[in-house]
Design a protein around this ligand. Structure first.
Ligand code: ADP
Ligand code: MG
Length: 252
């Protein structure tokens, strides 16, 4: 791979993108700010995963265009997009150890140069996994497995990072550790991050911007803090419940 050079985040734009799985009609027209963390929230089935899959290229728009930076990537296959993606689980290959799972981010055939191996070691160090190189995924905790996934993202070094409820199965303390790690890594690499979460507090803690979805479309966007006061978007307030002032008080 040639993009070992650090890349700054790129804006992501969905330009009047239409997509449907038969029944579910979706339409996304939205611009994501570069080098920032944007939270993606919305009820189950509102299209959060579909939005990410359209950016990653796992789904193709029926019409409209997807841009990453200045490039129209609508017809570009997933592997050639400048994007990494992380899911709630199953990010790792069960039969490969930690070092190999991370090394895949550098070379799909695992033919690693000394520079690649050094990058893997640095990423393991950065994510708190030093010394665990030869563990298999089943010998790790859920939090550690997500650290491995994050280490692979670091060695890939792509400007756009898509996270689909990545810490959804972790308890509150572990989740907070992972959020802190994510914020640090995002700041170092200036990645453009789309972060799907069901936790308003997590969005408030790490994201600068919010995209709120309802029924397959963007219902509201803007700076995160504008969502968490009495004048926040009505649809969002309905979603998280009426007690929005409670949030405003708790998270200072
Ligand atoms: P979210 O991630 O917000 O829960 P999704 O993007 O997964 O929502 O789903 C959006 C809509 O598309 C829902 O109505 C869902 O039922 C439908 N859907 C998602 N994936 C598929 C699929 N593979 N086949 C058919 N319908 C799907
Ligand atoms: Mg989803």
């Amino acid at each position: 791979m040639s993009e070992h050079v650090q890349q700054a985040g790129a804006a992501v734009r969905l330009d009047d993108v239409r997509f449907s799985y038969g029944e579910a009609q979706m339409r996304f027209d939205v611009e994501i700010r570069p080098a920032a963390i944007t939270a993606v929230m919305g009820p189950s089935g509102s299209g959060k995963s579909t939005l990410l899959n359209l950016v990653a290229g796992f789904e193709k728009p029926d019409s409209g265009r997807v841009f990453i930076g200045h490039n129209d990537v609508t017809a570009v296959p997933p592997a050639a997009r400048p994007v990494s993606m992380m899911f709630q689980e199953n990010n790792l290959f069960a039969h490969l150890d930690v070092a190999a799972n991370v090394g895949l981010g550098r070379s799909p055939s695992l033919r690693l140069t000394p520079a690649d191996r050094a990058a893997v070691a640095a990423a393991l160090e950065r994510t708190g996994l030093a010394g665990k190189d030869h563990r298999l995924p089943r010998e790790l905790s859920g939090g550690e497995r997500q650290r491995v996934a994050l280490a692979r993202i670091l060695v890939r070094n792509r400007p756009v990072l898509l996270l689909d409820e990545p810490f959804g199965s972790l308890g509150p303390a572990l989740r907070e550790d992972m959020l802190e790690l994510l914020v640090g890594v995002q700041a170092e690499r200036a990645m453009t991050v789309l972060f799907v979460t069901h936790q308003p507090g997590d969005a408030r803690l790490i994201a600068q911007d919010m995209v709120f979805l309802e029924e397959g479309a963007v219902a509201a966007t803007g700076a995160v803090e504008t969502f968490f006061d009495e004048t926040g978007p009505e649809a969002f307030r309905r979603y998280i419940g009426t007690d929005i002032t409670e949030f405003a008080r708790k998270r200072t």
